[in-house]
Design a protein around this ligand. Structure first.
Ligand code: HEC
Ligand code: HEC
Length: 243
């Protein structure tokens, strides 16, 4: 596990080096000819694929998330968050440091339009009662702790909502726990008011384990597109999701 986490990023950074050269040359050629061709975009994101998969489907590494099919503005907000330090993962922070808003937006749009298949639902070794707690929190919340249902914003099919709420299906449980943990500990921030920060701090560690385990065992719906903008009545205001 240790060696895999260390090795993969180094490999990826080597790939990014060469992709950077490629895209600079192509950008120049483009300026003289015509608008961006799809193969150029594929070259630009070559440095991303070692960690996120060729079509953004994710990899078997528990901490490398799926990007494909998440709403474009959600992905764009995250790329800005990495660039401006509201999220911290050094390889990501480094990669986007010098990229313009326009470039980040194009990359975000590209991954939002990818539709690779979802991985099969994960097997889990948590207890049946933990899974039941996870299901309860995601679908109904826990009024006694003022926790809204995750599905109220992330959708019944857990595919998110346009323009900026991500799907939670197809993510590894370790990734989900790490992200909710990052909100709890204050290393991940979204635009204020940061609804996820409010929700994360109401979840106990056992609750986080429960929601992450249950979410990772869910199957994506047949048509896994995010719900239309404004179609869900959100229980809290989120700065990143205009109402
Ligand atoms: C070295 C591996 C690695 C490379 C290369 C990499 N990423 Fe990431 N990326 C990650 C990890 C790990 C995370 C989650 C980090 C965290 O804990 O917040 C992430 C998170 C993201 C997110 C947020 C996803 C979400 O659902 O919130 C986006 C968007 C993203 N990466 C895009 C890119 C793009 C675009 C590139 C290429 C320019 C790229 N990444 C290259 C490892 C990588
Ligand atoms: C009030 C609406 C709302 C509710 C309720 C809500 N979320 Fe979120 N969630 C959001 C928004 C908005 C984002 C995107 C934040 C950002 O831009 O970083 C998000 C992002 C996330 C992410 C990051 C996904 C990724 O790819 O990195 C996770 C994980 C998550 N939510 C889990 C949960 C869980 C678990 C619950 C229930 C306990 C929940 N959310 C309830 C609005 C909500």
């Amino acid at each position: 596990m240790f060696s895999r986490r260390i090795f993969r990023p180094l490999l990826a950074l080597a790939v990014i080096g060469s992709a950077g050269v490629l895209s600079a040359g192509q950008a120049q050629a483009q300026a003289q000819s015509q608008p961006i061709a799809p193969d150029t975009m594929a070259a630009r994101v070559q440095g991303c694929t070692a960690c996120h998969g060729v079509h953004g489907e994710g990899t078997d590494n528990d901490y490398f998330p799926r990007l494909a099919g998440k709403p474009a503005d959600y992905l764009y907000n995250q790329l800005q968050n990495f660039r401006e330090g509201r999220r911290k993962y050094p390889p990501m922070n480094y990669l986007v440091t010098y990229l313009s808003d326009d470039y980040l937006h194009q990359i975000a749009t590209y991954f939002s339009q990818q539709r690779p298949p979802y991985p099969p639902p994960a097997k889990t070794n948590v207890s049946a009662s933990t899974l039941a707690r996870g299901s309860q929190l995601v679908l109904n919340g826990d009024a006694s702790k003022n926790i809204p249902a995750c599905a109220a914003c992330h959708g019944k099919g857990l595919t998110g909502m346009q323009p900026a709420i991500p799907g939670l299906v197809g993510l590894h449980s370790d990734y989900i726990s790490a992200q909710v943990g990052a909100w709890k500990s204050g290393t991940r921030h979204a635009k204020a008011p940061d609804c996820m920060q409010q929700i994360a701090t109401r979840l106990s560690d056992d609750d986080v384990t429960a929601v992450a385990a249950w979410l990772s065992t869910q199957t994506a719906p047949a048509n896994p597109v995010p719900a239309p903008a404004g179609s869900l009545k959100m229980p809290l205001t989120c700065g990143s999701e205009p109402q």
